[in-house]
Design a protein around this ligand. Structure first.
Ligand code: GLV
Ligand code: MN
Ligand code: MN
Length: 437
């Protein structure tokens, strides 16, 4: 029996969650026992294939651009109309959850499937973009694919680093792209003309506890926090664990340990200031064996805050502390900037439409909240007005296999996004009318 698509979103919510669950396992994950879907890996390629099929079933034409982003297009009432873009990322962190990123793509797919089933068209096209590398879980830099579409790849200049940046297996960005017939310089061809994109909308799990605590299924994002990331390389001296006197050691790992605690201390001290957070998420020692004093350590720093000033004050304190510790311990330190993202406010006009859509669906004024997590929307805001919808997730857990959402919430999100498109269409027609009057 073919189930009817309902405006209430119950069926679509269940299907959306089921699709994310299917994509959480091999062949859509590169690991058997956990979800890991890095950009351009086998799981990523299988995922693109599966979603392409669902897009075609929803009446969309499908292509991959010069950065391997997956793009489905549902035509408007006239050919070649500019597009309202929906999107989020297809990649995951290692041992990640099934909904981070993926749910934004799959809910948008349900919205379009509903329009297709009802034969509903708009004066603009609707496109869904599955971005490749929001997480940066393969290479030590994020959102190259998003930057390509937004047309800021060369402006941000990560291309220069493509030959050097590599994954844990030593494969460079350049080599990974070559395997799918693409080149670093060629990625810039994915750039969208500003007049071909009306707006960018991203639905995402909240990845925080606010909506659940307040008993709400949905929230409207007002802006995304600023981020900075660094890679720190420490060079001490490797030596025999049995013979090297403690007083003579230049142990890169004990230096790193002191540094990690300093980063935590600075983060905690400013913790309530503008949502400041500071994290060391990855640390590798070399040679990494029991009977050798560690000679080299590489670790990452990820710092975020609601304002650039707070983030940068904390980062300056952190870097000063790291240099002091390195000097005192006779350790050479390299500080390599990896990411610098300004805070991204959401577009006020789109936010107002999203708030109306959420209120119409939930029957209460929308909860507006800031996103501490980064999103493709941060980069897309440089191309077009941007808006985000948050969906409640269990206990606010994310970047963790325990990530969970309620199908009913997801159904409400699909209904709210559907309502948003119709409100956007009214607004667009009025603006066009004013322009042509
Ligand atoms: C992406 O999930 C990020 O906020 O790091
Ligand atoms: Mn995400
Ligand atoms: Mn994430």
């Amino acid at each position: 029996m073919v189930k009817a698509m309902t405006e209430s979103g119950t069926v679509t919510g269940e299907r959306a969650v089921a699709r994310c669950d299917v994509l959480g396992k091999p062949p859509f994950s590169d690991e058997n026992d956990l979800l890991f879907r890095p950009w351009l890996g086998p799981g990523f390629i299988a995922t693109v294939e599966a979603i392409s099929n669902w897009m075609r079933q929803a009446g969309m034409t499908v292509r991959q651009d010069a950065a391997a982003n997956l793009i489905g297009r549902y035509e408007g009432s006239t050919p070649d109309a500019p597009a309202l873009l929906f999107g989020s990322h297809l990649d995951s962190v290692r041992d990640g959850g099934r909904y981070d990123g993926m749910l934004g793509v799959i809910t948008a797919l349900e919205v379009v499937a509903g329009f297709h089933e009802r034969g509903e068209r708009f004066p603009f096209a609707i496109e869904i973009v599955g971005f490749g590398d929001e997480e940066g879980s393969r290479f030590p830099i994020t959102m190259l694919t998003t930057r390509s579409i937004a047309g800021v790849l060369e402006e941000d200049d990560p291309v220069a680093a493509f030959a050097e940046l590599h994954d844990v297996d030593g494969i460079t960005v350049e080599q990974a792209l070559a395997r799918v017939g693409l080149t670093p310089r060629g990625m810039a061809a994915a750039k969208r003309r500003k007049d071909s994109v009306l707006a960018y909308v991203e639905a995402h799990i909240e990845q925080g506890p606010v909506l659940e605590a307040e008993g709400r299924a949905l929230g409207v994002v007002s802006g995304i926090a600023a981020q900075r990331r660094f890679e720190i390389r420490l060079h001490g001296m490797a030596g025999h664990a049995g013979t090297m006197a403690m007083s003579l050691r230049r142990d890169a790992l004990t230096a790193a340990s002191e540094m990690v605690l300093a980063i935590e201390r600075i983060g905690v001290a400013g913790g309530d200031r503008d949502g400041l957070v500071a994290t060391v998420g990855s640390l590798r020692t070399w040679p990494g064996v029991t009977n050798v004093v560690p000679g080299d350590v590489t670790f990452t720093i990820d710092a975020r805050a609601g304002t650039i000033a707070t983030r940068d004050r904390a980062m300056n304190d952190i870097l000063a502390a790291l240099k002091d510790i390195a000097e005192r311990r006779g350790i050479e330190i390299e500080i390599i900037p990896r990411e610098d993202l300004d805070p991204s406010p959401c577009d006020p006009r789109l936010m107002a439409l999203m708030e109306t859509a959420v209120q119409d669906v939930t029957g209460e004024p929308a909860r507006v909240l800031v996103s501490g997590a980064g999103h493709d929307a941060m980069i897309m805001a440089r191309l077009a007005p941007m808006s985000m919808l948050f969906i409640r997730c269990e206990k606010g857990i994310s970047h963790n296999p325990a990530e969970a959402v309620l199908p009913a919430d997801v159904g409400e999100a699909v209904t709210a996004l559907t309502r948003f498109v119709r409100l956007f269409a009214d607004d667009y027609s009025q603006t066009q009318g004013r322009h042509s009057a």
